[in-house]
Design a protein around this ligand. Structure first.
Ligand SMILES: C[S@@+](CC[C@H](N)C(=O)[O-])C[C@H]1O[C@@H](n2cnc3c(N)ncnc32)[C@H](O)[C@@H]1O
Length: 150
């Protein structure tokens, strides 16, 4: 009997690393705010949005002031994950926000947060990337991207 041949494909390191990171973020976003993680995040960043970056609440407040966010303005948060800092900025400054991230678990967590914070209809979460934003040009006032390299 002939032996079945298998071929293993080695992915380029950069793709391998990207897949590992994506999986790591997806697990974090799917981990709905566990109490102990919330305490750590609150202590470290001053946020409780299942953040995966390093942007502090103080920095987010500074960004909001710098961008002159206010009711009626539309902010896009690229690589928002579960909504930090875009959803926080919408709550704090009263602007509208479009949260964009390529990971479904992140968008899903952002959706839950939009719902629980009563941000409908001025906030939404879309699956997408910074390279190809799922947004019509000319329809936004400001962009934020916290701890995202794309
Ligand atoms: C370090 S996390 C930061 C998430 C969030 N801004 C925060 O501070 O908690 C980076 C995020 O960028 C997203 N991301 C990766 N590649 C991206 C791309 N090409 N366009 C937009 N977002 C991307 C990841 O899915 C991940 O949620």
């Amino acid at each position: 009997m002939r032996k079945k041949q298998t071929t293993s494909v080695r992915l380029p390191d950069v793709v391998e690393r990207s897949l590992i990171e994506t999986e790591r973020f997806a697990q974090r976003y799917a981990m709905s705010s566990e109490a102990n993680l919330r305490v750590v995040e609150l202590e470290a960043l001053g946020s409780d949005y299942q953040a995966t970056g390093y942007t502090t609440r103080k920095q987010a407040d500074g960004i909001g002031r710098l961008l002159a966010l206010e009711p009626g303005k539309v902010l896009v948060d690229i690589g928002a994950g579960s909504g930090w800092p875009g959803l926080y900025l919408a709550t704090t400054f009263g602007c509208s926000v479009i949260s964009v991230d390529p990971i479904m678990e992140g968008c899903s967590a952002a959706f839950d947060r939009i719902d629980s914070d009563g941000l409908v209809p001025r906030a939404l979460a879309l699956l997408g990337t910074g390279e190809k934003l799922p947004i019509r040009s000319g329809s936004i006032d400001a962009i934020v991207h916290a701890d995202v390299m794309c």
